[in-house]
Ligand binder design. Structure first.
Ligand SMILES: N=CN[C@@H](CCC(=O)O)C(=O)O
Ligand SMILES: [Zn+2]
Length: 414
């Protein structure tokens, strides 16, 4: 049986087989009085009502809804989160407000390492319950597909525990989930004097094969940053991961311009994230390599750092996606509408560019563009009804999500 959604003002990026870059990123299709025919949760037809219903017998339609001309966009795809965590770190936020730098907190054994201790102390059921709560908060704000990283385990057992919880989130919530293995999130204190040993003997020889064997991660990611993993260590890990069939991501040039964006271009990683301090040369190389820049403006907000230069990065022909980076430390934010507003107001992207960044390009950044990211035949019927005439509302109505209704696979879920 089919569902028919009618009378929508529908805005979507158009998928032509690759992430959109440069001027293409700002091209959005707008259809007034649009209808959408959904079959088994998948868009069968979308367009003018007479075309959409041509040859369809009324008896085949089990459900029909008129949206009264409301603005509809694809469900948000959040392509970068650490949303599987055991405890919030409000105390650390207070320390940062008092002037202590983020990397200094980590160097003193706090930050990511305090989240590692919390995950180890929390049993799997409880970790699932707490993570699920934050994931459902994201869903209520319009996120219908989400990437979730491990990386608060740092030993094989705890990393696998996180990845099992992430798999459960995928099975037991309405969201589509892209799981990422990020055992290279920080150097555990016991390897502080020999981080190469952690990279070569633990990450490469022990963890990657076990994660691969269990088939519970699609991507491998690394935090390439001063005092965390060097460019050379990141290169070794990512090359080993690629050889085992993982797709690649890299946290690059978040605080210091270490050359992570250049490494992303060299290895043709699917995406490079953060990029606040990345050089023009390396960003342009990413554009040539087709590596997607995943920008995280809520992290710049939360760390009180200058925003990544989204305007230039789009103009340099790098496909841009945006994400929340939801995590308990550097950025406790599960709201894609907030990130959308920051992209427009603080990174000088246009509303249309931000819409592509938060839907289609985000889907490409997690390898799921064949299923989600735009409202076109063959893709999941994941969509949002907005309070506003156009997607401008997402930036205009500051502090509101503007998301009235959330549909996943053609079903209202929030
Ligand atoms: N920068 C590294 N990792 C995360 C933060 C994780 C944390 O602070 O817990 C990020 O992408 O911002
Ligand atoms: Zn991150």
């Amino acid at each position: 049986m089919k569902k028919l959604y009618r009378n929508m003002r529908l805005f979507t990026a158009v998928d032509n087989g690759r992430a959109l870059a440069g001027a293409e990123q700002g091209k959005i299709s707008e259809l007034k009085n649009a209808s959408m025919l959904v079959s088994n949760g998948v868009v069968e037809r979308v367009g003018a009502e007479d075309e959409v219903t041509k040859g369809i017998c009324g008896r085949d339609i089990s459900f029909e809804k008129d949206f009264g001309g409301a603005c509809v966009i694809p469900g948000f795809v959040d392509p970068h989160t650490h949303i599987c965590f055991a405890k919030r770190r409000e105390d650390e936020f207070g320390m940062r407000l008092a002037g202590l730098p983020y990397l200094e907190i980590l160097a003193r054994g706090g930050g990511i390492l305090s989240s590692v201790n919390a995950v180890k102390e929390t049993d799997e059921e409880e970790l699932f319950r707490r993570s699920e709560r934050t994931v459902l908060a994201a869903l209520s704000k319009g996120t219908t597909t989400i990437e979730i990283k491990s990386g608060y385990g740092l030993d094989t057992e705890a990393e696998l525990k996180m990845l099992r919880v992430i798999e459960r989130i995928s099975k037991e919530t309405p969201l589509t989930v892209a799981p990422t293995f990020m055992g290279a999130h920080a150097v555990p204190p016991e390897y502080k004097s020999d981080p190469d040993k952690f990279v070569d003997e633990i990450l490469i020889k022990e963890m990657l094969p076990k994660v691969k064997a269990q088939g519970i991660a699609r991507f491998c990611d690394v935090f390439c940053e001063e005092g965390v993993f060097s460019v050379e260590q990141s290169r070794r890990l990512l090359k080993a991961a690629a050889a085992m069939g993982f797709k690649l991501k890299i946290h690059a040039d978040e605080v210091n311009d270490l050359g992570g964006a250049g490494l992303a271009a060299e290895l043709h990683t699917t995406s490079a994230e953060h990029l606040l301090a990345a050089s023009e040369e390396h960003l342009k190389a990413m554009g040539e390599a087709g590596t997607i820049a995943v920008l995280l403006p809520a992290t710049a907000y939360s760390l009180k750092k200058p925003y990544a230069n989204g305007r230039n990065i789009v103009d340099w022909n790098v496909p841009v996606a945006i994400a929340t980076d939801c995590n308990p430390g550097s950025c406790f934010c599960e709201s894609m509408p907030f990130v959308f507003g920051l992209a427009v107001m603080k990174m000088n992207m246009t509303v249309d560019e931000a819409l592509t960044a938060s839907t289609l390009n985000a889907a490409y950044a997690i390898g799921l563009a064949d299923k989600v990211g735009s409202l076109q035949p063959g893709k999941q019927a994941d969509f949002l009804v907005l309070d506003g005439e156009t997607p401008v509302a997402l930036a205009y109505h500051a502090g509101s999500t503007s998301v009235m209704e959330v549909y996943k696979l053609g079903e209202k879920v929030a």
